[in-house]
Design a protein around this ligand. Structure first.
Ligand code: TYM
Length: 334
């Protein structure tokens, strides 16, 4: 029975084209979880507007992310797949949770500090500061047990837990305290040009990331340009962050462990290794890309998926929202 299954919630922002970081750190794992858990996977468009978005790009990317979810193997019959802005309970719950969150704890978030530095203080919106509260609302509204994300989201999960605990202590048990579910390999795919930094879809340098939709030629070029070192040994070590990152990518796609990969390339230079890395990525992404394009050419189908998803998500989350409102002391509508 679905009701006995543990609950999972996760989402990706349609704020840029998705990278293999998003794929290996999150999406690929979601697909593995869909049979065991009751999963809610959301395209978090409300989060995307915390930095300025071109309306037509946002519309296009939102559908693209949805198509990528499906193409990567998420089955809409098994999972609840929806678009965040279609389910009004998320914004409502975020407002309520705002009143149980302190500005001090939000301004300490690393991602907020990084982004405000990047975009300049004058253009930092309240939304950017408030972003983790909306994320807490996403997760708590479904009483999620597990949240499969990459390592960069750990701090946001922690604040979610703090907010939930605070609300539970103040009133009575209302929310499940969620746990992160971070993959063993692929939790942090690094930038190809600066391999000590996380690979990010918002980077200004296209050579620093591989997009899920990059063509084989582009993937080959980007991997051949990936920064390595002069040691010439394929070794999984912090001393060689570029090579370590490429090993991580191979390891999370093929399930070979780093030692096996080191062994395979013993005595060989980087040229062969890089060429194989590119092939492995291309083999993984090509079938997905084909399906993405098929889904994108069937807007009616996509619409049926997100409509059905939003209905179910609203039904489930509204029950939790009502509970929150009642505990806070609001008068019920009817
Ligand atoms: P976002 O859109 O930045 O990233 C989506 C997912 O991809 C993971 N990720 C990575 N994993 C490994 N290596 C990388 N280089 C890399 N880059 C990104 C992220 O960890 C994430 O899992 N706040 C979230 C979206 C969100 C959410 C939620 C997630 C909103 N509400 C509720 C979980 C639950 C975000 O901005 O992810």
């Amino acid at each position: 029975m679905e009701n006995n299954k543990k609950i999972i919630f996760s989402g990706i922002q349609p704020s840029g084209d998705l990278t293999i970081g998003n794929y290996l750190g999150a999406l690929k794992n979601w697909v593995k979880l869909q049979d065991q858990y009751d999963c809610y996977y959301c395209v978090v468009d409300l989060h995307a507007i915390t930095v300025r978005q071109e309306p037509k790009d946002l519309r296009k990317r939102t559908l693209e992310v949805l198509a990528i979810y499906l193409a990567a193997g998420l089955d809409p019959e098994k999972n609840t797949i929806f678009i965040q802005s279609h389910v009004s309970t998320h914004s409502e719950a975020a407002w309520l949770l705002n009143c149980y969150t302190y500005t001090g704890e939000l301004s300490r978030m690393t991602q907020f500090k990084d982004k405000s530095k990047r975009y300049g203080e004058a253009t930092v919106s309240v939304g950017l500061l408030d972003y983790p509260v909306l994320m807490a609302a996403d997760i708590l509204l479904y009483n999620a047990d597990l949240v499969p994300v990459g390592k960069d989201q750990t701090q946001h999960l922690e604040i979610t837990r703090d907010i939930a605990q605070r609300f539970n202590n103040l009133y009575s048990p209302t929310f499940t305290i969620p746990e992160g579910y971070i993959p063993e390999a692929g939790a942090k795919i690094m930038d190809l040009q600066e391999p000590t930094k996380k690979m990010s879809k918002s980077s200004d340098n296209p050579n620093s990331y591989i997009l899920i939709m990059d063509s084989p030629d582009v993937i080959r070029k980007k991997i051949s340009r990936a920064v390595t070192d002069t040691l010439g040994i394929v070794k999984y070590t912090d001393e060689q962050p570029g090579i370590k990152n490429l090993i991580t990518i191979v390891s999370s796609i093929t399930a070979m462990n780093p030692e096996e990969i080191e062994k395979k390339y013993e005595g060989q230079g980087y040229a062969q290794f890089k060429s194989d890395v590119a092939d492995i990525i291309i083999n993984e992404l090509e079938p997905i890309q084909k399906k993405v394009n098929e889904f994108l050419s069937d807007k009616t189908y996509l619409e049926s998926v997100y409509k059905k998803g939003a209905e179910k998500a609203y039904y489930i989350s509204n029950k939790v929202l009502r509970k929150m409102q009642k505990k806070i002391g609001f008068i019920p509508k009817q």
